[in-house]
Design a protein around this ligand. Structure first.
Ligand code: R5P
Length: 286
């Protein structure tokens, strides 16, 4: 198998496939230029790994140009997008809005992909728009393995809301420990209390897990609640560490003891590589 891509070089380096170099630069007016090395002309099947973290639009246009060049060369492309951008605009929240996730996927469909993979997509239902074989791969196995090496005291895995409970459950299964989610409860007309639904975390270590940390607001709030409950250590982890808008400061201010995530988005806390997930999927597919 041959592999190429621009935004996920550190992932590609860890894959045991032959690399295809791609030159990219900007014209003086800011437009993007893309050219594959000549070796590509003999290739019939190619894996493209291109994550769509910020600046999302730059990484998207690079992807579209690579895919179009491959289409012209009649290359069968397996596309692996570790972080799928625009997945949060999965429906029309207000009249006349563009459902940008659907737009992105419709454009991808025009390149006749052989297969399509992404990791912990924000909304799984989105994949129904992909016309080829597609799969949402979960990073919970590699997150669980990473946490096994942490010295955790009587750990509990908690998701910041019910929506991410599946991530918490899967990670907890690997660690063989309990899991829960933070639940909002109305105590009186003007008081809402948020706390773990079933588990007392006093004196225990809690790992909060989610699909992504964007501005850090969700995690910071969850951490403050858990620290008030008497939790010993609070670790915050997510598949995609976007970490925008002062997220790190927010999390540290809330008392988070450790931040971790995968390299779907390059960041100083992205220490878990998704390369084994890609290799695993390719082995099944080939
Ligand atoms: C929400 O549905 C997501 O799963 C994350 O909880 C959210 O996107 C995190 O965003 P932020 O870090 O800005 O609170």
């Amino acid at each position: 198998m041959y592999v190429t891509g621009i935004s996920s070089k550190s992932i590609i380096e860890k894959l045991p496939y032959e690399k295809i170099d791609v030159e990219y630069r900007r014209f003086p007016d800011g437009e993007m230029y893309i050219r594959f090395e000549e070796k590509i002309k003999k290739i019939r099947e190619l894996l493209i790994v291109q994550s769509l973290y910020p600046p999302q639009d730059v990484h998207l246009i690079q992807l579209f140009f690579m895919l179009d060049a491959c289409k012209e060369l009649n290359i069968n492309v397996h596309l692996f997008i570790p972080y799928l951008a625009y997945a949060r605009q999965d429906k029309r929240f207000k009249d006349y809005e563009c459902i940008s996730s659907k737009t992105v996927l419709n454009i991808l469909n025009s390149f006749n992909l052989k297969s399509f993979y992404t990791i912990d997509v924000h909304e799984k239902k989105l994949l129904k728009h992909i016309k080829t074989e597609s799969k949402n791969v979960t990073a919970t196995s590699i997150i669980g393995r990473y946490l096994r090496e942490e010295d955790l005291k009587d750990p509990v895995i908690i998701s910041p809301d019910k929506g991410a409970i599946d991530i918490a459950r899967r990670v907890a299964e690997i660690l063989n420990c309990e899991y829960d989610y933070l639940e909002k409860k109305r105590i009186s007309g003007d008081t809402v209390e948020t706390r773990p639904k079933n588990i007392d975390t006093r004196g225990r270590d809690v790992v909060i897990v989610d699909d992504m940390i964007s501005t850090g607001g969700t995690m910071a709030r969850a951490c403050e609640i858990l620290k008030k409950e008497g939790t010993r250590k609070v670790l915050a982890g997510a598949t995609h560490l976007l970490m925008v808008g002062g997220a790190e400061e927010k999390l540290k201010g809330a008392g988070i003891d450790k931040i971790f995530g995968t390299d779907s988005v390059p960041h100083k806390y992205s220490s878990i590589s998704v390369a084994p997930l890609i290799e695993g999927e390719l082995k099944i597919m080939l």
